[in-house]
Write a protein that binds this ligand. Sequence first.
Ligand SMILES: C[S@@+](CC[C@H](N)C(=O)[O-])C[C@H]1O[C@@H](n2cnc3c(N)ncnc32)[C@H](O)[C@@H]1O
Length: 275
Amino acid sequence: MTRDNVTEPQADNLAHHKKHSQYNETFIAALQWLWGDGNLAPGGPADLADMLDGIDTTGKSILDIGSGLGAIAVDLVRTHGAATVVGVDVEPHLVEHSRERASKANLSHAVSFETVRPGPLPFEDETFDVVVTKDAIVHIPDKARFYKDVRRVLKPGGAFAGSDWLRGGQGAYSDTAAHWLEIVHLDFELQNLEQTSTALRHGGFENIRLNDRNEWYKTEIKNELATLAGDKYRQLENMIGTEAAEHRLRSSQLKQQAVDEGFLRPTHFLAIKPT
Ligand SMILES: C[S@@+](CC[C@H](N)C(=O)[O-])C[C@H]1O[C@@H](n2cnc3c(N)ncnc32)[C@H](O)[C@@H]1O
């Protein structure tokens, strides 16, 4: 360990994570097959561009929380002109993949990654111009505390932009959603749009904007299911095995139901730290 909340990956630790983490190697292969190289969430570069709508990223220092395989961090420099990006993730093997990605893109001088423990971000107050996060907050149970911590590491006037898996309604999850979450084995905790907006405001942000993308995902999930049919499905089966492929198909089918019934609401947000 170098600093509070930063962990140094050991070789045996890496091997363990590759096999047993929530994002093990089979799962990340399937997700990239579905959503494109380097993506552990749907939408790709167009989604990132939409998340950044209205923010100037040129020459900025950016923190990417839940950086996954590092594609977003690389894209932030290559396409969106960021000066530096630090990506943090709780999975050491994903951080390794991300470092390889940055190195292959010849961007190791500008893009770096750290494995962190869940909890306070290991950065000084007012370090970053922009904080970005795509589809990772859903893993964080105490969102109110998380938003306050993001505000802390942002410079005054800094922007917090991202995407999160939100839900419709409140109280118990719908049966479909509960079933979907049970089979995907992800420690997701979804809050609704109102809770998100309130928590961001209490976290000290202003000019909060939420963009509910439930309709967008209704189309997207149809495409996902089309990809999981016929010859293409057999391709996936050959790649990750019959059991894992069946699991992936079932998960997408349940997710489609959860989207269609209005439970699952992928949402983009933008919030500003007051000057
Ligand atoms: C759905 S994936 C999205 C990855 C990436 N942002 C992308 O869009 O491809 C969620 C990521 O959040 C990471 N994660 C989960 N809990 C976290 C936490 N407390 N802090 C940082 N990252 C976390 C996971 O390891 C995973 O890489």
